[in-house]
Design a protein around this ligand. Structure first.
Ligand SMILES: Cc1cc2nc3c(=O)[nH]c(=O)nc-3n(C[C@H](O)[C@H](O)[C@H](O)COP(=O)(O)OP(=O)(O)OC[C@H]3O[C@@H](n4cnc5c(N)ncnc54)[C@H](O)[C@@H]3O)c2cc1C
Length: 379
């Protein structure tokens, strides 16, 4: 298990030999940490017109990611008694089980959670709404509910067999890595050490996976992205020039097939290069296969960082929410309300896959709308 410790620690990570420049940039980026430490819990959008509650009115927040934390913080400041329900064993959503520790040390997340607990917020962990507690239970106990369950349905790829071994969604892989850090469990099924690792998807989640695989001591890493670098918006600081000769990242590359051995273990991928061609009529460019560019790459671990399609189907059956055409929770007549009276939604579950800062803001603003709703009911 080469370099095991480096997986968890930014300082060690940055000293690793042969660290590709793009992963060095990734490791040096403290934007998210700065946001959490300096800004996330200081923003206060509460309009002066919103009346404070007296600490007796109970509100449930479902999900403890940044949207849930933003809601809990704002509601507490407004004088409500807040209980956050989280199905996982630790709070924080993707801040805990998503963003790797190298990028966002988990002690920072826990300090913020503890500050909320000190302010009176109760966290009920390993409690999934729809399983351990029903929606009807929540409605009986709480005056209002804010649902912040994230956008956690992974986008599936047709060529992945249902019984495939050695294939993981990025979120599951990153969760294993963080759990291993806490539990010191060395028999993690998704360990990349000594393996050839292929990552599908060139976005930030894919880069998180590439960094962790590098830190763990993967034998080789290849991250694939269908678009060209310039099409991904990652053009700041000469990023595209920087990565043009990086053998661990290949833009304009399509996954054609996944290759398995007789026992269903992934053993490689077939890929090809594409070029993006616009038609004469000026329509959006489309990828076209470059003839003769096909190749087979060995892989004993395949990580899918192909994004998310929306909240899980169970969210819609549990809460009986309406769904938007893009698969998120539909709003009611306000902004954060839903088709269910007294039930609000915020974060990635409502607005689609986004970033931490947006999710926090959504949670805070949903809390204000929820408070205004409850005050209006009293009149
Ligand atoms: C790997 C990865 C890395 C990222 N890195 C960055 C980054 O560096 N910077 C950035 O700004 N953004 C980043 N993002 C995006 C960012 O993390 C999300 O936009 C943000 O976390 C969304 O917040 P949320 O609260 O809406 O949902 P989430 O963070 O997904 O939290 C939802 C929570 O709800 C819980 N839950 C779901 N259903 C139930 C239920 N029925 N009962 C109880 N609990 C439930 C889940 O367990 C989860 O804890 C990253 C995303 C990923 C996947």
């Amino acid at each position: 298990m080469l370099r095991k410790q480096a997986v968890f620690d930014r300082e060690t990570f940055l000293t690793l030999p042969d660290l590709p420049s793009r992963l060095k940039l990734w490791g040096e980026d403290r934007e998210l940490e700065d946001f959490l430490v300096k800004k996330a819990f200081m923003i206060n959008p509460i309009p002066s017109s919103v009346a404070r509650a007296d600490g007796e009115v109970k509100i449930a927040v479902v999900g403890s990611g940044p949207a849930g934390l933003g809601s809990a913080d704002e509601l507490t400041r407004l004088g409500f008694k807040v209980t956050v329900f989280e199905r996982d064993d630790r709070p924080g959503g993707l801040l805990m089980y998503g963003v790797p520790n190298i990028k966002l040390p988990k002690n920072i997340v826990m300090q913020k959670i503890e500050a909320l607990q000190d302010a009176g917020v109760e966290f009920r962990l390993q409690t999934e709404i729809g399983k351990q507690v029903t929606f009807a239970d929540l409605q009986k106990e709480f005056a209002a509910i804010i649902v912040c369950v994230g956008s956690t349905s992974p986008r599936r790829l047709k060529m992945i067999r249902d019984d495939a071994k050695g294939v993981y969604y990025a979120k599951d892989f990153l969760t294993y890595v963080t759990k291993e850090m806490f539990e010191q469990n060395t028999s993690v099924p998704a360990d990349t050490a000594g393996k050839d690792v292929v990552i599908i998807g060139g976005g930030d989640t894919g880069i998180d996976c590439a960094a962790v695989a590098f830190a763990q001591g993967a034998r080789s890493i290849l991250q694939l992205e269908l678009r060209e670098c310039e099409m991904t918006g990652k053009t700041q600081d000469g990023f595209c020039e920087l990565v043009s000769s990086d053998p661990t990242l290949s833009y304009g590359t399509i996954l054609q097939d996944v290759l398995y051995d007789d026992n269903g273990f992934v053993k490689g991928v077939r890929i090809a290069k594409v070029e993006w061609i616009s038609s004469a009529s000026g329509s959006l460019p489309k990828p076209q296969l470059i003839e003769g560019s096909e190749s087979e790459i060995p892989a004993q671990l395949l990580l899918l960082a192909t994004g998310f399609t929306g909240p899980e189907p169970a969210v819609f059956s549990t809460f009986a929410f309406n769904k938007t055409p893009v698969g998120t929770i539909a709003k009611g007549s306000g902004y954060f309300d839903t088709s269910r009276a007294g039930v609000f939604a915020a974060g990635d579950a409502r607005r689609g896959q986004g970033v931490v800062e947006w999710a926090f803001a959504e949670g805070r603003n949903a809390a204000v709308e929820c408070a205004e709703y409850l005050h209006a009911l009293k009149k």
